[in-house]
Design a protein. Sequence first.
Length: 302
Amino acid sequence: MNAKSHLPDITSQPNSLNARPLQWVGMEEVSLPLHILNNKGEQLHTHAKAGIFVSLDKENAKGIHMSRLYLLLNEQLANKPLNGQVLTTLVENMLSSQQGLSLSAKVDLAFELVINKPALLSNQSGFQAYPVAISKTIKNGVINTELSLTIPYSSTCPCSAALSRQALSDAVAEQFTEQQLDKKALLEWLTSQQGSVATPHSQRSYAYINMSLQGEQLPDLPTLIPQMEQAIGTPVQTAVKREDEQAFAKLNAKNLLFCEDAARRLKHALEQNTDICDYHFKVEHQESLHAHNAVVYDQKFV
């Protein structure tokens, strides 16, 4: 006789106490290697933490078949290219594995996508990690896909920039009192330490974006992330030479941003993306002037 048949299975016994359905039962923080495909068909390797759950709808059942969920996760996602159809197949198989115990299933993935970014002017490049979360749910036969991104960027305060320009103007008027300015003397003064009269305050800022996607497919993440960065206009950099740092300073000067400005740019980009049927986001400017942050919350208006 098979020794396996002698092993007790407590979960198969009926639950006679407090018999009630439960919304989600499963596991989280499960380690998983993932492959993300870019638009060139190249695989970007990453490590994910997964949560995998089903509902327990059969009231008198002791519990779900949890080990089956773990095995399905490894078999269908580990070391394989991630796409929407793979996730849909996984949640459907999760339901089938429970033999009538469950009506709903979901898988949550959290990982960092590392993208190689070129410098603004030089031939340098470097790697930047972007936090990503994906959730695929099947409930009453309806499949939903949620995607969350965290996008860092730089923001320079328009008010502070205007005050700095005024301070520089006042300093030039005080330094050069003659009617006709000596251009060479002016340029020398501007490039000296005395020319640094005031600098506008800038800060690292963040956009936390949550999207509901049309259909089952996932967007091309290595393309979507730069699109969101470009919409705001001042993405943070990786490797830089002096010419890149100067180009970054010029880029910030051309894109002076209150948090409201960044939020409106982001909202416009989200509205233009036909793959996104709903969204909500938070824009956060971690101010260098204040000890508090300036923020905007917004969502799609129906």
